[in-house]
Design a protein around this ligand. Structure first.
Ligand SMILES: *Cc1c(COP(=O)(O)O)cnc(C)c1O
Length: 381
């Protein structure tokens, strides 16, 4: 260990992204990449061409990007209002902050709330791992509670106890995903009621990374809850994972704090332009969602017929797959083998404790996935 490094960082493991290849191609494109919940579709070529033209003719590479994000924020506010059927004046640019992916916003929120020993965070596992990872890199304690094994509802009793009993530092932020990753379920009425009951000194972060697939949002509640923040991203339904653009919607006072915390030029010009183009072309870009939803249904229907598999419903663009005999060491071995067999045949999925998370891809990819899973399970017998 390097002697100048904080001792607690030695124990952390880095987030493992896509496997890189040694070629100029940044990722191994020979795989069906169904492990990170991206859209299977690149931008349509005419939009890419316009972006290319913009890069050649408009963007000055020698100049710093627009650090105020004004045009993008206004376009986002319009989209958010429209997406929740709210009046066009509900949210404005003053309610929006833009990050280098929502990951940056998560880190900024942690810096703004919990640093200097002022707060811990609460998460309900399994959930998006970045909340815990980013908190740990900042030395912020992470308190975890579980979920119901069948419907994945947060153990609200345990959560309430954790909030009552966690001291030095107390819980300052509760992170929830709506719908959750990896379990693919929306927040329930009871969970939402609990979030509403939390006191003002606890920030509630509602991550709606998969909103475009679920079409359920809590942005309409923000006006009544000044301690709530909604996170969204361009990395999933908007097909812009490569550009790293996320945003949050919140009370203007909270936005003002986030603007203080972020780096002045956190978004490259090309990313800003891409996000603005994506919103201008949202009807075209989001039109692929219908296919994703019908493919999702097809996968769920087919896999549900298998006697060994436990498939739950999904409000997202991925599927959470478990085995019926859940929880034993044997199931973990079977899942590890299944994951490896799929990988050997060219399908990348996400292996989790007791489960696989599989992104809905193109119809061709999904057909291959189904066939490979069914064959692998036949051989496992
Ligand atoms: C994919 C995902 C994000 C997106 O992160 P970016 O940094 O914007 O790419 C955020 N939250 C959850 C729960 C996700 O699954």
């Amino acid at each position: 260990m390097l002697p100048f490094i904080r001792s607690d960082l030695a124990k952390l493991t880095a987030y493992k992204a896509h496997p890189s290849s040694n070629t100029a191609e940044p990722v191994a494109i020979e795989f069906d990449r169904l492990d990170t919940n991206e859209s299977p579709y690149d931008l349509p070529s005419d939009i890419k061409e316009k972006l290319g033209w913009n890069f050649q003719q408009i963007i000055e590479s020698n100049r710093y990007p627009d650090g105020g994000h004004q045009i993008l924020k206004e376009a986002i506010a319009t989209y958010v209002n429209e997406s929740a059927n709210l009046s066009s004046s509900t949210f404005t640019d003053a309610n929006i902050s833009v990050g280098n992916g929502s990951d940056e916003l998560i880190r900024s929120l942690l810096i703004a709330t919990c640093l200097k020993g002022e707060g811990s965070i609460l998460v309900a596992n399994p959930t998006f791992s970045m909340y815990g990872i980013l908190a740990q890199t900042l030395g912020i304690p992470v308190v975890s509670v579980g979920r119901n094994e069948d419907n994945f509802e947060i153990d609200l009793k345990a959560a309430q106890t954790a909030i009552a009993e966690t001291q030095n530092p107390p819980i300052r932020v509760v992170f929830v995903v709506h719908p959750n990753s990896p379990t693919a379920n929306n927040l329930t009425t009871a969970e939402i009621a609990w979030l509403k009951s939390l006191p003002e000194e606890i920030l509630v972060v509602i991550d709606e990374a998969y909103f475009e697939f679920s079409q359920t949002t809590l942005v309409g509640e923000l006006a009544q809850h000044s301690n709530w923040i909604v996170l969204r991203t361009f990395s999933k339904a908007f097909r812009l994972a490569a550009m790293r653009v996320g945003y949050c919607i919140a009370h203007p006072d909270a936005i003002a704090i986030l603007e203080k915390v972020r780096l002045p030029y956190n978004l490259p010009s090309f990313s800003l332009t891409s996000a603005i183009f994506a919103l201008e072309n949202r009807q075209v870009l989001l039109s692929s969602i219908a296919e994703t939803l019908s493919e999702r249904q097809k996968i769920i229907t087919e896999l549900s017929t298998h006697p060994a598999l436990a498939i739950t419903t999904s409000d997202t663009n991925f599927i959470y797959l478990r085995l019926k005999a859940n929880g034993s060491q044997l199931t973990d071995t079977i899942l590890q083998n299944l994951n490896q067999t799929l990988r050997n045949q060219g399908t990348l999925v996400r292996l989790l404790p007791g489960a696989l998370r599989i992104t809905v891809g193109t119809p061709q990819e999904n057909a291959r996935t189904l066939e490979r899973i069914q064959n692998a399970l036949k051989q496992a017998k």
